[in-house]
Design a protein around this ligand. Structure first.
Ligand code: C5P
Length: 212
């Protein structure tokens, strides 16, 4: 998740635990990738062999991504970025009062869409947490965000989504393949995402010249 501060003691966030993103980072490191994990606040331990960059807000995350995206060959965006942030965060604690309080929120940048716009030959994976029309929304996101793969889940399904150890996803690939997966551990989902990344990457790479 990201945390969007309202004042020094209060913030807006969401129910993401970070488990899916950490599982992907761990699986990639286990396969021998050099992994940079840009993470919002979580209670999780850093997976072995992973370089961890801690951020708090979407704006911090955007800066960290902008800095490191150019060094990457594969970028996987599993963060649950807050869509809105307080327009005027207070530097001092807001006092309790008797009147109604209206919060003015402004939209956060779409970190994935921004980075993927100039992705070059990087392979970019996005996530989509949906509550309805999963396939339709995922296919739209694939194009709108210029990604190669969208990992979509219906967060209302039992055994899927926030703060669980399991997930039920469908992988929608740029080349038209839809791969629905059964309920799996997030660890196993991470492996299947990486298998799909490897498949797309191998298809994109020129055939190796024969050694004579
Ligand atoms: O549009 P939506 O939020 O459903 O898209 C989800 C995907 O976009 C996820 O991969 C998420 O990490 C990314 N995202 C982002 N910045 C935002 C919102 C979503 O990078 N502000």
């Amino acid at each position: 998740p990201t945390c969007e501060d309202l004042d020094p003691v209060r913030y807006i966030t969401n129910r993401s635990s970070g488990k899916m993103g950490y599982a992907v980072a761990e699986a990639a490191a286990r396969r021998g990738a050099r992994v940079i994990l840009i993470t919002g606040p979580t209670a999780l331990e850093t997976p072995a062999g992973v370089e961890r960059v801690d951020v708090r807000s979407a704006e911090d995350m955007r800066r960290a991504v902008q800095e490191r995206f150019p060094q990457s060959s594969i970028a996987i965006f599993a963060a649950a970025v807050a869509d809105y942030r307080p327009a005027e965060p207070h530097t001092q604690k807001l006092k309790r009062g008797k009147d109604e309080l209206t919060l003015h929120l402004e939209p956060n940048p779409d970190i994935l869409a921004e980075a993927a716009r100039n992705k070059g030959d990087r392979l970019v994976v996005g996530f989509a947490a949906e509550t309805d029309h999963v396939a339709e929304n995922a296919r739209k996101k694939l194009a709108a965000k210029n990604t190669d793969l969208i990992v979509a889940n219906d967060v209302t399904a039992e055994g899927a989504g926030f703060d669980m150890d399991t997930n039920i996803v469908t992988l929608f690939a740029r080349d038209g393949r839809d791969l629905p997966l059964p309920k799996l551990s997030k660890r196993e989902v991470a492996e299947r995402i990486l298998d799909e990344v490897v498949r797309l990457r191998s298809a994109a790479l020129p055939a190796r010249p024969a050694v004579v």
